[in-house]
Design a protein around this ligand. Structure first.
Ligand code: NDP
Length: 410
């Protein structure tokens, strides 16, 4: 069977990992293309792939593209014959990229939920505000659209599905815990796009508990977790994409997301937020200039990709799942540990970009092989988890489980 041409959209930290992994697994694909707003950044990524000696026999071409211009994107997809589009650009472009895929019949993969620039924290479930409105259109067009196929969302959704398939008769709670125990050595920086990162924490914290949406404020509910490799860490109840799909499939269970933060991050965040510097709404300066404070903060903070060279330490991200098996209470923790330095040595990126950038390539390979080519719109938990998690193990993101037998590979 002919290998599908693939188009990667975006040229940031996550796209760098995605492009390297596509190059490493190029036997699964036809021609590879990268399109982003700033073409130079895509060219730099291609150079880094060549520097690692991974471009032999690989056709990889870059393009300048504003992905909010659906017609231009449709034209590009047709011109290059892309059959799979991996969207690892900003989440503001999801709906236009999805529209282009529906029009051209190309498969669509992303790693974050769609966001509108001027709206933070829409009505839950968030997927219903944008992506899920195109479900029928995908089905009619026979388009495979896999939503949220990064690590979280993404792999953690597959962990919930693995728990459902292999460990439980009934699931009563899913607690997703994300700890970055790494250190980048800067006074303050975010691990991915600061604008997107802060937007996650300035709105209402939604969790799904007792069969309903619960509302909290950021840093209101904290809890200590004792985790493999990274040890005891404090994580806070946070709002996150995956709660908004997992709560539909596992509506009987409590679904919560916990993210680890140190006191320094919380302090800086609180000062910025209290001053109004994290607002997405424009303000007018004394000179009459209109500026969005959040965009100014982004402009002065380090580019997340620039943290990679000095980043040390590890991440641990996993799902604590509770429920019943054969009438008995049961509990498992399914997780991955990633190392920032290993990620840098392999693909020149930090660990957060690595954990987010590898899974969409695994999803693309499974579409190319037909295993996940489902011709409709799905979230990751709607698909069999085993092929995805086993492939990720081969691709550098192995998963482990702590269950009644102890701590072992899944
Ligand atoms: P970056 O900000 O580093 O990169 C975003 C890229 O998108 C940039 O190259 C940017 O171009 C490009 N872009 C923005 N707007 C457009 C546009 N209109 N047309 C074309 N290209 C555009 O972000 P990251 O790489 O850190 O994150 C990428 C995605 O991954 C985000 O959606 C993020 O939320 C998601 N993510 C998911 C995670 C997960 O585990 N699920 C974890 C981390 C991130 P330019 O260079 O010109 O600015």
């Amino acid at each position: 069977m002919e290998k599908p041409n693939v188009l990667i959209i975006g040229a940031g930290g996550v796209a760098q990992v995605t492009a390297h992994k596509v190059a490493q697994w190029s036997a699964e694909f036809g021609d590879v293309h990268m399109a982003s707003r700033t073409r130079d950044k895509a060219d730099a990524i291609v150079d880094s792939i060549r520097d690692k000696g991974r471009a032999q026999g690989l056709t990889i071409t870059t393009h300048a593209l504003d992905a909010t211009d659906t017609d231009a994107l449709i034209g590009l997809i047709r011109q290059i014959g892309a059959r799979i589009v991996i969207n690892v650009g900003s989440p503001f472009i999801n709906m236009s990229v999805l529209a282009a895929c529906i029009d051209t019949g190309a498969a669509y993969i992303d790693t974050a939920i769609h966001e509108e620039p001027d709206k933070i924290c829409e009505t839950p479930p968030w997927y219903a505000n944008h992506e899920w409105k195109r479900r029928e259109a995908c089905e009619r067009a026979g388009v495979t659209a896999i939503l949220g196929a990064g690590f979280d969302p993404g792999v953690v959704n597959a962990y919930a599905r693995l728990a459902e398939d292999e460990y439980f008769d009934e699931i009563t709670s899913i607690d997703i815990v994300d700890i970055n125990a790494g250190s980048h050595g800067r006074y303050f920086a975010t691990n991915f796009d600061p604008e997107i990162n802060f937007r996650e924490f300035t709105g209402t914290v939604y969790s799904w508990q007792d069969g309903a949406w619960q509302e909290n404020r950021m840093f209101e509910v904290g809890r200590q977790w004792d985790l493999p490799v990274v040890g005891t860490q404090t994580a806070y109840l946070s709002g996150h994409d995956e709660i908004h799909s997992l709560s539909a499939r596992y509506s009987q269970a409590d679904v919560r997301f916990w993210m680890g933060f140190g006191p320094h991050y919380i302090n800086v965040f609180t000062v910025l937020k209290s001053l109004g510097l994290l607002s997405e709404h424009p303000v007018t300066t004394a000179e009459g200039q209109s500026v969005v404070p959040l965009k100014v903060v982004k402009a002065v903070l380090p580019d997340p990709a620039s943290l990679a060279a000095d980043y040390t330490g590890k991440t641990c991200i996993g799902d604590l799942v509770k429920g019943t098996r054969d009438g008995q209470p049961a509990e498992v923790f399914i997780y991955n540990v990633a190392d920032h330095r290993d990620a840098f040595d392999e693909v020149g990126s930090q660990g957060i970009s690595y954990t987010a950038g590898v899974p969409p390539v695994a999803a693309a390979i499974l579409i190319a092989r037909g295993t996940w080519d489902v011709k409709r719109m799905v979230n990751v938990e709607d698909l069999p988890a085993r092929p995805f998690l086993d492939l990720l193990g081969e691709m550098g993101l192995p998963s482990r489980v702590i269950d009644a037998r102890g701590d072992h590979p899944i």
